[in-house]
Design a protein around this ligand. Structure first.
Ligand code: 13P
Length: 340
């Protein structure tokens, strides 16, 4: 097995208090975000936006790895330089989203199963040749009346574990992402209960499929109240509930927990990650890091709006969010950083 390679890649992705930048939006998701801002939904607009991201000055100071999408890993700068080279030259490790998206789970109204296992071994070999050293697979768990069901949790956990085993066979570090969605009016306590259940099931399946925990990254949601829940806990309360849940369910051999942002406002995501590190860092077995998409990209996208003239300002905003999250890993983030 590639145990040493896997452990080294996982360690490199955690080093220097850096984090991951998820820029692996599928074309439909990217188009949806463009549409809300009146940006054309074309291949060229997506390429130009991704060029903006990968050429952000000094991005490699805060970002250890970038997760790309199939279209993106094959794209180039306007001058023909492949994005793969731009990122590698910036010291950023290449990752790739390899799932084929979440589809309706038969017999389970309102629930999803992530597809993409068929042919995955061959696709991983191709991405590895292209320079990818880690991969991502996202499972989606919806909280609602009577859901998630056991069938949904188990099917998604098993798919995650089979994907993770295939990644490790190919020498790629799997980013294992079971996302309990924030949508809905459920309480923080309900999110904690579901997240703990999901994590326990995922680690059970990872064990069953012989995944080496030292050579993987867990990318979960934070434990937060539903978006429309009337009671919204404080930053410290969210930090406490999240860490308590993960201490119960995540084995100490996992090197890093890199949170997704899940649609939280960018500053709040930084504040919550910071609070976890301020309050618990010294006594946790794993590093607490970030693997944000929206909480790093959204402010930059809103500045860019498809205009060449806004590129520099958008890059500044992107770098700023990456820097705030680096500080949050160190427990050194403060609201004052947002005013600089
Ligand atoms: P968000 O940080 O926007 O939740 O995206 C993370 C991600 O990679 C979702 O799969």
């Amino acid at each position: 097995m590639n145990a040493q390679t896997l452990t080294e890649t996982a360690r490199a992705l955690v080093a220097g208090d850096k984090g991951l930048l998820a820029m692996d939006e599928s074309n439909p998701t990217c188009n949806k975000r463009f549409a809300t801002l009146g940006i054309p939904q074309t291949v060229e607009a997506r390429r130009a936006y991704r060029e903006l991201i990968v050429t952000t000055p000094n991005l490699g100071e805060c970002i250890s790895g970038a997760i790309l999408y199939d279209e993106t890993i094959r794209q180039q700068k306007k001058d023909g330089t492949p994005f793969v080279k731009v990122l590698t030259d910036a010291g950023i490790i290449l990752g790739i989203k390899v799932d084929a998206g979440a589809k309706d789970l038969a017999g389970h109204p309102g629930e999803k199963i992530t597809e993409g296992l068929d042919g995955l071994r061959e696709r991983l070999a191709e991405y590895s040749k292209m320079g990818a050293r880690f991969a991502k697979w996202r499972a989606v768990i919806t909280v609602g009346d009577g859901i998630p069901s056991r069938g949904c949790i188990k099917a998604n956990a098993q798919a995650l574990a089979r994907y993770a085993a295939l990644c490790q066979e190919a020498g790629l570090v799997p980013v294992v992402e079971p996302e309990v969605l924030m949508d809905g009016g459920h309480t923080l306590e309900r999110c904690r209960e579901v997240t703990e259940d999901v994590l326990r099931t995922v680690f059970n399946q990872l064990y069953t499929q012989r995944v080496m925990l030292e050579g993987m990254i867990l990318k979960p949601n934070m434990v937060v109240p539903g978006l429309t829940c009337p009671k919204q806990e404080t930053v410290d309360e969210v930090a406490d509930a999240t860490v308590r849940c993960f201490l119960r369910a995540v084995p100490a051999a996992v090197p890093v927990i890199a949170f997704l942002s899940g649609g939280q406002p960018a500053e709040l995501a930084s504040a919550r990650l910071n609070a976890m590190n301020v309050r618990f860092k010294a006594r946790l077995p794993w590093a607490l890091a970030f693997s944000f998409s929206r909480a790093i990209q959204q402010p930059a996208l809103e500045i860019w709006r498809g205009e060449e003239a806004h590129v520099a300002a958008a890059q500044k905003a992107l770098y700023h969010r990456a820097l705030c999250n680096l500080a949050a890993r160190r427990g050194e983030y403060s609201a004052a950083m947002e005013r600089t």
